[in-house]
Write a protein that binds this ligand. Sequence first.
Ligand SMILES: [Zn+2]
Ligand SMILES: [Zn+2]
Length: 327
Amino acid sequence: MEMLPGIHQLRLPMAGNRLRHVNGYLIERGDGYALVDCGWDTADVLETLRAELHRLGSGLDDLRALIVTHFHSDHYGLAGTLKRLAPVRLLMHRLDWLFLRTNLVDPSRAAAGAAAWLERNGWPGSLSMEEQRTVENFRRFTLVAPDQELEDGEVLEVGRYALRVVWTPGHSQGHICLYEPEQRVLLSGDHVLDPITPHVGVMRPDMGDPLGAYLASLRKVAALGVDLVLPAHGEPFAGLGRRVDELLAHHRERAAAAREALSREPATAADVAARLGWTRRHTPFGELARLEQRMAVAETLAHLESLRASGQVTRTTLHGRRYYEGR
Ligand SMILES: [Zn+2]
Ligand SMILES: [Zn+2]
């Protein structure tokens, strides 16, 4: 699907995942194509990419650049395979590469670290073999270094377009959007989606206040002149300002709910998560699948840490568990 002259949207499959697919964007340049986000490292994704390039009268050999909005495997997963099969230069933000090479060199250690972290925050369940496999599948990629580390404000000349790198930390620390001021178009990665609410969570120690960063990044893109948003999941949409307002309002409500759910007794993030409704239908925490419960605890932690950053709650550690209390 050609979204703008020379910008083609690809729907790369995410089999078995409720998101169903991730959108890659092929952008024509004089000597071939740049691809923004590449999908999982799976055969069906590679097949889809080959077929789409073939339809455009090209092949993998014509891929010259791969720009990755962030390190999640539905965006970065295939990068290692593409580096092997195509003459492609990989570009990503410095901080997401730093994160990958320090935290995800050993996936099973990373998984064990995540389980221990959730336990410290009151979520007791270790995963079943099958759940563990799901998590590992989702994380599967070959670690490959970028040829170019990106910084905020850099401009990438891709064919007729000059794409400005807009650093938008929150969903990941090194998340970027790409902005084209003449066409007033924003490739938003997972930063702004509609109607999906992007996940912002705390999945390991020392992550600081990612929600605070996310909200600032929402305001940052809202200040750009944008007529069309090309997101990594779901349909392209107009009305970036409206969508940012909705997401800001959503987080204000969730923050108020998290604040209210704190009783006088110290509570873990899992205790607080269990007092909140989840999904758009306000599903009780206990009815979520266990992998969704993990995400819910990580999101609750993001809210609690954000409230803590603004001095509204305090945190203590007792017998290895972390507890929050309202002020
Ligand atoms: Zn993501
Ligand atoms: Zn994604």
